[in-house]
Design a binder for this molecule. Structure first.
Ligand code: HEM
Ligand code: HEM
Length: 325
């Protein structure tokens, strides 16, 4: 008798699970189906779940489009999200990671590395600047790499590796949220735009010239300022949109919007990160030293940050900043 009761109970549970599974407007146990379907990321779904047509089958895609906003036929961002997520986002990320480095490779071959004399050096960054930079930069790079792994999760075989990337993405967010904020506070004053930045942009920072000349810039040039804002404010938008997705702290349509914004800002973040690394490592000989030991060649500073150099000179600060290499 006990066994029969148990079987009836099991059958009823199974049927009700199927009924719920077939109804896309009902979030599943622990929000799991809800979370994984709105993320649209098949790689995060186990193969056995994916094979279940009631949970993740074809009709689900149509249902996702119309799901939400409390109306049976309402689409909201559903259609846009499904099309972009299904067809374009991964492709755009792929084009960015191929073509941005290719453009810089072309620049490197045509214009080449910029050289400056390396006989006298000035301390331009403090130890605090350097520590905060790297404590924000390391999690940021991990976020971009693990983010790309999730975007290309299907191609990388999905499963444990991609679930691990997702955990890394979550942990790195916590570190970046702290050190990204410190980085913002540390450099925000130096990164407010000024009139000289327009001149810098008109001459593209002199990056296309083969000869060295004086470039109008203070402590940071317009390009560096743009990166600062994308890394800190853009990074902040990524923390907020990612956080809302993680905690599912909004209705379905807002979650879709968060995913859309996360991807669009993600394009910018990845493209400018590649640019930042190229500028620091390849474009100017020895430029990376400044964020490793705080020292920048005096000639480099006087040419690439000419307004800053003139200010320091006028204030008589150069001598106290000068160090041996
Ligand atoms: C991974 C390799 C990286 C290298 C080699 C690198 C190198 C550098 C260097 C050399 C500078 C000083 C620029 C100068 O004044 O001449 C700098 C500044 C800066 N870095 Fe990085 N960095 C890296 C990653 C990152 C990441 C991931 C972030 C994002 C959080 C970041 C954010 C910044 C910001 C906001 C500045 C100040 C503004 C600017 O110079 O663009 N860096 N970095
Ligand atoms: C500052 C940079 C970033 C921050 C702070 C950030 C933060 C987050 C957070 C907190 C989540 C939710 C995690 C979860 O649901 O487990 C998330 C999800 C996601 N992020 Fe990012 N992210 C960043 C950059 C990127 C980039 C550059 C990409 C793409 C290349 C990316 C792709 C994704 C994807 C695909 C998801 C959805 C994963 C899921 O379904 O859970 N992220 N992000």
């Amino acid at each position: 008798m006990k066994a029969i009761c148990f079987r009836i109970f099991a059958l009823l549970s199974f049927c009700s699970a199927l009924a719920f599974g077939a109804n896309p407007s009902v979030p599943q146990e622990g929000g799991k189906q809800y979370a994984e379907v709105i993320s649209g990321n098949n790689a995060l779904i186990t193969p056995s779940d994916r094979a279940n047509p009631l949970l993740y089958g074809g009709p689900e895609v149509a249902a996702i489009k119309g799901w939400g906003l409390d109306s049976p036929h309402s689409f909201g961002f559903g259609e846009l999200f499904t099309i972009l997520q299904g067809k374009y986002f991964a492709l755009i990320f792929l084009l960015i990671v191929i073509f941005v480095p290719m453009a810089f490779y072309g620049h490197y071959k045509l214009v080449g590395k910029r050289h400056y004399a390396h006989n006298s050096f000035l301390i331009v960054f403090t130890k605090y600047n350097i520590i905060v930079h790297w404590c924000a930069a390391v999690p940021f790079v991990m976020l971009c790499l693990s983010g790309l792994m999730m975007v290309f999760g299907d191609k990388l075989g999905g499963g444990t590796l991609i679930r691990f990337a997702r955990d890394v993405h979550g942990f790195a967010t916590l570190f970046f949220a702290v050190f990204g904020t410190l980085m913002f506070l540390m450099w925000v004053k130096d990164c407010l735009f000024r009139t000289c930045d327009i001149k810098w942009m008109m001459m593209l920072g002199g990056y296309l010239d083969k000869v060295n000349r004086e470039i109008p810039a203070h402590k940071f040039n317009a390009g560096q300022k743009m990166w600062f804002w994308v890394a800190t404010l853009g990074g902040g938008i990524m923390v907020i949109t990612g956080g809302i997705m993680f905690f599912q702290a909004a209705g379905i349509d807002t979650l879709r919007l968060m995913a859309l914004v996360h991807n669009f800002v993600g394009f910018l973040v990845i493209a400018l990160l590649i640019t930042h690394i190229y500028m620091a490592v390849f474009a100017i000989e020895g430029a990376i030293e400044s964020i490793l030991n705080g020292k920048m060649g005096e000639e480099e500073l006087s040419m690439l940050h000419s307004l800053y150099y003139k200010d320091l000179k006028a204030q008589g600060k150069l001598d106290s900043m000068r160090v041996k290499h």
